[in-house]
Structures are given as C-alpha cells and as structure tokens.
Design a protein around this ligand. Structure first.
Ligand code: BGC
Length: 363
C-alpha cells in the first residue's frame, strides 16, 4: 500500500474523497485477506513435494534482499538489525518474497563437526518465520563465505557440513522456503570446482529435502556470463538458476567504498537512452538463451544502484531492469531494503518512493 503515506499526507485536498478511498481500501483489504490468507502453523510445516520450479519461480516473483544484516560478521556490525516491521512493510508494499543473505562462517565452529551456533540459528528461524507468517516466500543462502573462495579444498567439508545441518534443521518447513547454495562463488572457487561442489551440496540436501526448491548461482561473482560454464545435475529439475545484475558497473557502483577507484565514476548517469536500454536487453538475452536451451527458470537474485548515483538515474535503471526481468519471466530480488542501496529510508522511516515505484509500479 505504498500510496497510503502519500494520500494521507497533511495538505492533501478533499478529505471526503479520502474517506471514500479509505472505505474502498478497507473493502479491498478484506477481499485480499480472504484470498491470500496467511499460512497456518501446520501449513508452514508441510515439507514440500511435487513442486514445479517454474511455478516456484513465479512464487518468488518480486522480491527484496534484506541485506547488510545477517551477512555482516555479526548482525548489527553493518548498522542493520532486522526488525519485525520490515517484513510487514515489504509485504504491504506488494513484494512476494525476501532473500535473506546469511554469513554462517562466523557462527560455525572452525573444526569438525562444524556446529552452527544455536542462538544464531534461532535468530535465522525467527527471520524465516517472520517472512512465512506474512505469506512472503523466503530464500536463505550461504553469503560472504570468503574463506572458501580463497581455500576451496580447505573449506569444502565445512561448507557441506553447514548445508547438512541446515537441511536437517529446515526439512519440515514449507516449500515457500528456498535454499540458495552459495552467494557469488569467485576467485579460487573456479567454475569447475563450483560445479563439483554444487552437485555434492545438492545430493546432500536431497537426502533430507527431496522436494525443496533449490537456487543455484554462477561462478565468477554470480554474473550471467557464468551461466555458460554452469553444470547442474541434469535429472534434478527442482532448481531455479540465479544471476546478479549490476551493469553498467561504473554506474551502479559509483563511489562504492568496497570497490577500488570507484570514486572516479561519481556522476555517471543512466538516462535510459535507446543504447543504454539495448545494452541491458542484450545482457538479458544471453541469460534467456541459456535458460531456454537448458529449460531452467531464472531469478535475478541481486540488482541495484548505490546511493551515490543520482536518484533519478537509479529509479530509471531500476524500473528498466525490473521490467526487463519480468518480460523474460524472471523473478527478482532488489539489492537491498534499508542500507546503501536502500529502497527504504531509515532516517525518514519511509520508502524511497522513486525506487519503490520503479520496483512495483503503482497501478
Ligand atoms: C554483496 C554486498 C554488496 C552487493 C553490491 C552483494 O553480493 O554481498 O556486500 O553490497 O553485492 O556490491
């Protein structure tokens, strides 16, 4: 309901009209609640079976990354602690799902049996349930496992152990919970190694979660270019393939503190000229081509432009990328809710409407 704050702002003309609109919203709300009721506890605890990955991808639909919270070394280190009302805001704005990036490597013992800290796991349970309670599908992953990128062999056993624990722990959660195997494999975790590790992780997860929809990304930092080297277990059709989209990088990452020399890009606009749009379409066409040949559904698991770019350009780019994804039957997750790319502004405690409207165009 992102028009709510706009409509009720002081000074809005026509109070009588506002009351009629309120009644219409109330009726609409009752109708919507009746049709899309929130799942009961029993429904949430029905392990999935017989799911179709393409339908599951539609279930993900339009989504939001709850970034900079649980994938910081410790939640709060990067200024964001997840709040219950974040889930309500996201659901009420019209999103269908959330992606929750999670760093497990700082909450898991360094040696066998690589146990996950139970307090942290409970915190993740809480976040997942906040989403499921509001009928938001939820994707969890292993995020920022930097150690495995530097020393794949040294961390493989631990990586698989983390999945074994998570898969057992969440095996009875509904099919609205998705597992994404690993965020942005890169560096020494080469495309060949990644293909090997992902197939072992999938085999292991399937022991306890035969029916869950899994999400798999590409090597070399998760871009669409990595699709051509991706090898999935052919017979396993319950997989959504994901890629991240930040092109043109000098635009989306201008002034990003974690990207060397990105200050030189400050002031780079994205006006949505024909040439700029065509470049995005061409990138997406490569992904679509791969998906058609391989008969796999696609998700854009991250896309966004950093707050140092001009808001008008960010909105124009965000709108174009979201619509291009949708035209190609891709689900998507905007990067991210309330930090540096924030669609929501923590200081005004309100949406950045230019971004929200770009993501979910008002009717
Ligand atoms: C990283 C974030 C980063 C974002 C954009 C994500 O995959 O986890 O730390 O802000 O990409 O660069």
């Amino acid at each position: 309901m992102h028009f709510k704050t706009k409509t009720y702002e002081s000074g809005t003309p026509g109070f009588g009209k506002v009351r009629k609109i309120s009644f219409a919203i109330f009726v609409l709300g009752v109708v919507l609640c009746a049709c899309s009721k929130n799942p009961t506890d029993t429904e949430k605890m029905q392990p999935p079976s017989g799911l179709d990955a393409f339908e599951q991808n539609q279930r993900l639909g339009r989504g939001m990354n709850l970034g900079n919270a649980l994938e910081a070394p410790n939640e709060g280190d990067w200024g964001i602690v997840l709040q219950e009302h974040y889930f309500a805001l996201i659901q009420e704005a019209g999103f269908n799902s959330v992606r929750i990036p999670i760093r497990w490597s700082t909450h898991t013992t360094a040696t066998f049996p690589y146990s996950i800290d139970t307090r942290f796991l409970k915190r993740v349970d809480w976040a997942i349930e906040q989403a499921l309670d509001r009928n938001l599908a939820v994707m969890i992953n292993i995020h920022h496992y930097e150690e495995i990128m530097q020393d794949p062999a040294g961390h493989k056993e631990r990586f698989l152990a983390i999945w074994s624990e998570l898969a057992t722990h969440y095996q009875n959660y509904s099919g609205d919970l998705f597992f994404e195997i690993l965020n942005e494999p890169n560096d020494k975790l080469t495309p060949d190694l990644w293909n090997q590790y992902l197939s072992e992780a999938i085999a292991l997860i399937r022991e306890t979660n035969p029916g869950r929809t899994l999400v798999v990304g590409t090597a070399n930092w998760g871009g669409y270019a990595g699709l051509t080297s991706l090898k999935l277990p052919e017979e396993d059709r319950n997989i959504v393939v994901t890629f991240h989209y930040y092109n043109p990088f000098p635009f989306t990452h201008q002034g990003a503190e974690w990207v060397d020399n990105s200050d030189q890009w400050l002031g780079t606009p994205w006006h949505g000229t024909d040439a700029e749009k065509q470049a995005v379409r061409n990138d997406f066409a490569q992904a679509v081509n791969w998906a058609n040949v391989n008969n796999r559904p696609l998700n854009v698991g991250e896309f966004g432009a950093y707050s140092k770019a001009a808001m008008s350009s960010r909105a124009t780019w965000t709108n174009f990328v979201s619509r291009t994804a949708e035209e190609n039957d891709m689900s998507w997750h905007y990067w991210e809710f309330i930090a540096g790319f924030g669609a929501y502004n923590s200081s005004t405690d309100d949406w950045n409407y230019a971004l929200l409207d770009a993501l979910i165009p008002p009717n």
